[in-house]
Design a protein around this ligand. Structure first.
Ligand SMILES: NC(=O)c1ccc[n+]([C@@H]2O[C@H](COP(=O)([O-])OP(=O)(O)OC[C@H]3O[C@@H](n4cnc5c(N)ncnc54)[C@H](O)[C@@H]3O)[C@@H](O)[C@H]2O)c1
Ligand SMILES: C[C@@H](CO)CCC[C@@H](C)[C@H]1CC[C@H]2[C@@H]3[C@H](O)C=C4C[C@@H](O)CC[C@]4(C)[C@H]3CC[C@]12C
Length: 369
């Protein structure tokens, strides 16, 4: 928890603070930001765990609200020194309509930016995504690239398109005058595939494996690298960038930073097995058990079934044409821009990240039995 009362003078707002990443950002701020006086947590769905945070020296204010509602955002932002905007609709499974994804991810971000300008908040950190870059619709690999690597970022899917537009709005807003005449200072963080305690997709894959008798069947070649980063390190990067943005606005304002740590470069499935294996699951096959054309057919069939069943129920399996293409396209980063610009070093080693994730899964497993 934060200490030394005289240092506590800042008000932070975290949108999406009850989400997978948001919760880790909230807890990291309380542990690592000594200047925190008030921490506001803005989310559509508030978690019951927030109550336990209200016993410390920092004032924790839970705000149930919708980023698509400008007046709710403005009320939450008013008086904040720093906004960390993680709220978003993370949907590549067809659960939400393209319009809703755009409304939350783009219009919601516009509302956050305008609220900062209108109320005088000077610092804004946006949680963007690797998908702002790729994989693109042409399936071009991005092999251990960095923030300056040339890549044809062409998107058609609603989610990456919305993240790319929102990031663009945040970066373009850098330098705008906020109420009081000072400049707005913004930056965007681009996590690759985040893993760790609370990762719903990992949970879903685990239960899928249990239903299949403890087995998962390889569908992705082991040679296809997919960037992954531990949620605790992503949260730490958010806390650090928010702090250093105030000290180095000229250098960091308007910049993008990939989120990275020492997590190994592996295929999506092999990486997941680092955690699923110790929980008793086995990945069958040293190469994909089905030919890619058959996987594409099954993915397309899932998409057709989703469309046909939509009037009756939501059918949203992990495998669809977009997720198959993503999983089959190498996308990894190798960069030190965050280290060069604001001294970022991962807080958790790969071994610690792996152990913490495995412990979470084993605790989840024991509670499920
Ligand atoms: N999970 C990943 O692998 C990953 C990778 C890169 C970037 N990101 C980005 O990180 C951010 C958080 O992702 P996550 O994985 O924690 O997702 P999540 O769904 O767990 O969390 C998102 C949070 O935003 C809230 N939210 C959604 N719509 C809202 C609205 N209209 N108003 C207010 N709150 C709303 C949700 O209630 C949820 O608590 C997102 O912006 C996402 O694009 C995630
Ligand atoms: C083909 C299946 C057989 O095992 C495997 C399907 C895996 C997919 C469900 C995931 C493969 C890549 C993931 C995405 C990637 O990690 C990055 C993302 C960006 C982030 O902003 C949101 C999450 C995601 C889109 C993530 C979602 C799950 C995958 C598509």
């Amino acid at each position: 928890m934060a200490d030394s009362a005289q240092a506590q003078k800042l008000v932070y707002l975290v949108t999406g603070g009850c989400g997978f990443l948001g919760e880790h950002v909230v807890r990291m701020l309380l542990q690592q930001e000594p200047r925190l006086r008030e921490l506001r947590i803005f989310d559509l769905h508030l978690g019951p765990w927030l109550e336990e945070l209200k016993t410390g020296p920092v004032q924790v204010t839970a705000i149930q609200g919708d980023v698509t509602q400008a007046h709710e955002v403005a009320a939450a932002v008013a008086g904040a020194h720093v906004v960390i905007h993680t709220a978003g609709l993370v949907d590549v499974f067809g659960r939400a309509s393209p319009e809703t994804i755009h409304e939350v991810n783009v219009q919601g971000t516009k509302n956050v930016i305008e609220a900062c300008v209108q109320t005088g908040t000077q610092f804004l950190v946006y949680t963007s995504s690797m998908e702002v870059v790729g994989p693109n619709i042409k399936g071009h690999p991005f092999y251990r690239g960095n923030e300056d690597t040339p890549y044809e970022a062409v998107h058609r899917h609603p989610y990456p398109s919305s993240k790319a537009r929102a990031e663009q709005l945040v970066l373009e807003a850098n330098g705008r005058k906020v109420r009081g005449g000072l400049p707005l200072v913004t930056c965007a963080l681009r996590p690759t595939g985040i893993y760790g305690e609370g990762h719903q997709i990992m949970r879903d894959i685990y239960y899928q494996g249990l239903r299949l008798g403890g087995r998962l069947f390889r569908a992705i070649p082991a040679s296809v690298e997919h960037g992954r980063v531990y949620v605790g390190n992503v949260a730490w990067m958010h806390v650090l960038v928010a702090r250093e943005l105030q000290q180095r606005p000229a250098l960091m304002g308007g910049q993008v930073y990939f989120c990275y740590d020492k997590s190994p470069y592996k295929s999506y499935e092999d990486f997941n097995m680092e955690f699923l294996g110790p929980c008793g699951l086995r990945l069958v096959g040293t190469r994909p058990l089905l030919p890619y054309w058959l996987l594409m057919f099954l993915a397309a069939l899932n998409a057709l079934l989703q469309w046909l069943l939509r009037p009756l129920l939501l059918y949203a399996p992990l495998l669809n044409p977009y997720t198959l293409a993503m999983a089959n396209t190498t996308f990894t980063v190798s960069t030190n821009k965050a280290q060069r610009h604001f001294g970022y070093e991962p807080l958790f080693s790969w071994e610690e990240s792996r152990t913490r994730t495995i412990r979470w899964m084993q605790a989840m497993d024991s509670s499920a039995q």
